[in-house]
Design a protein around this ligand. Structure first.
Ligand SMILES: Cc1ncc(COP(=O)(O)O)c(C=O)c1O
Length: 412
């Protein structure tokens, strides 16, 4: 195969509605834009097949096919089978259901490890199990670097550890955790791993099989898709998990047993639009056809990675040189180390005041704790004020980053 091409950002942007580009948008970690392919799939489902799926008449049969396609293709994106993913309302809801589904596996005195790095989605539901006799241990970040040290995990793991809950990438810090290594440590101790990949998925390819994770969560609305949560689980775990749906839904009825209320029909169908986008990007950039859709997705993520580094580099340089700024996490644009999600505080300034100061330049950023309340607190930052967060993805341009830097430079 020829050398990897550069990302054609103009092509990528043309796949989205023009209205997306009015402002320089750097709140992607909150929720990304969706390409037309998603909007079209959503509209087509609602216009043509807005009926209960699964009945024999044509509209209903077509609805079921469209939903199955959405489920299958999002699963392929992360190298999972369609019967290994639950498409639920959100990652928070999916993990809440999962925690309840796994609860019968645990005895009083069993241990679960959670972090103070993670978003509350992969935290609160597990911590609540302490009310039923589980012991919850906290794997803490270094308060200076905001990083987790695997050596600390090794110290926490013991013969009663049943589960380790950790994120692939923090929505605040942006630094990657070595999930394959963490899964290896957990498995060696006889524990399972549940990974929050929400902040990782927009930036890097995910292969749940290669990572050997037991559970892996992502939220398509941050991955150029509809507002949903997708939860992968190894098939044997999903079969063994206690069903959380109606009593007559069988224990082998995956994913329905772990989706109380059932899936959202039109949004599940629209997931295929995210896959369409990756396919279109692949077709535009590569002459060779990939051997599988998952490989095609990996190649497209490779384009994102190189472009993200180019976006991040001037921003890291600017922030590092700016007096009074505390950047949370590594001051690097290295794509091996981090996603271009940057959080910072400014000495003597309220974080909450800063986004409004860049608005005149039509730059969209946000401040707060972003539901990583424990992390912000443990870093010695007032969670009520929080951090300023700038999050870039592949469709941002170098000119937008320039605009951001100029606006922030004027702001403080
Ligand atoms: C890292 C991370 N995990 C989990 C979530 C929660 O996702 P959802 O809104 O799908 O529950 C978010 C949302 O911001 C997030 O950034």
């Amino acid at each position: 195969m020829a050398d990897a091409p550069n990302l054609d950002v103009d092509f990528a942007r043309r796949q989205f509605p023009d209205s997306a580009w009015a402002w320089a948008f750097f709140e992607n970690a909150g929720g990304s834009f969706v390409p037309r392919s998603v909007i079209e799939r959503l509209g087509a489902y609602m216009a043509e097949t807005q009926v209960q799926p699964g009945a024999p008449f044509p509209a209903s049969a077509s609805a079921a096919r469209r939903m199955a396609e959405g489920q299958r293709r999002i699963a392929e994106m992360i190298n999972a089978g369609p019967d290994e993913v639950i498409v639920g309302p959100s990652t928070t809801a999916n993990i809440y259901v999962l925690a309840n589904a796994l609860r019968p596996w645990f005895a009083a005195g069993d241990e679960i490890i959670v972090t103070n790095l993670d978003h509350e989605a992969n935290n609160g539901a597990w911590r609540r199990l302490a009310e039923t006799g589980l012991i919850v241990r906290e794997w803490k970040v270094d308060a200076e670097t905001a990083e987790l040290d695997p050596a600390d995990l090794e110290r926490l793991l013991g013969e009663r550890t049943r589960l380790v809950c950790v994120s692939h990438c923090s929505n605040i810090v942006g630094t990657f955790n070595d999930v394959a290594a963490i899964a290896g440590l957990a498995h060696a101790a006889g524990a399972l791993v549940c990974v929050d990949g929400v902040a990782y998925a927009p930036h890097r390819a995910i292969d749940v099989k290669a990572l050997d994770v037991d559970f892996y969560a992502l939220s398509p609305y941050k991955l150029y898709g509809p507002h949903l949560g997708v939860l992968y689980g190894k098939r044997q775990h999903l079969l063994r998990a206690r069903g959380q749906n109606h009593y007559f839904i069988g224990e082998d009825d995956i994913p329905l047993k772990l989706n109380p209320g059932g899936p959202n029909h039109e949004l599940t169908a629209a997931l295929a639009g995210t896959a369409d986008y990756f396919e279109a990007m692949h077709g535009h950039h590569f002459e060779d056809r990939a051997n599988s859709f998952h490989e095609c997705v990996r190649a497209v993520y490779g384009l994102f990675t190189a472009h993200e580094e180019e976006l991040a580099a001037p921003f890291v340089k600017f922030l590092s040189a700016k007096p009074g700024v505390r950047l949370i996490g590594r001051p690097t644009a290295s794509p091996a180390e981090r996603a271009p999600t940057f959080s910072f505080v400014v000495e003597g300034r309220h974080s909450a005041d800063i986004p409004a100061l860049v608005e005149p330049a039509e730059v969209a950023i946000r401040s707060g704790h972003f539901y990583a309340h424990r992390l912000i607190n443990d870093l010695g930052i007032d969670p009520d004020d929080g951090v300023v967060r700038v999050s870039m993805v592949h469709y941002n341009t170098a000119r937008e980053v320039e605009r951001l830097i100029q606006a922030l430079d004027r702001a403080f």
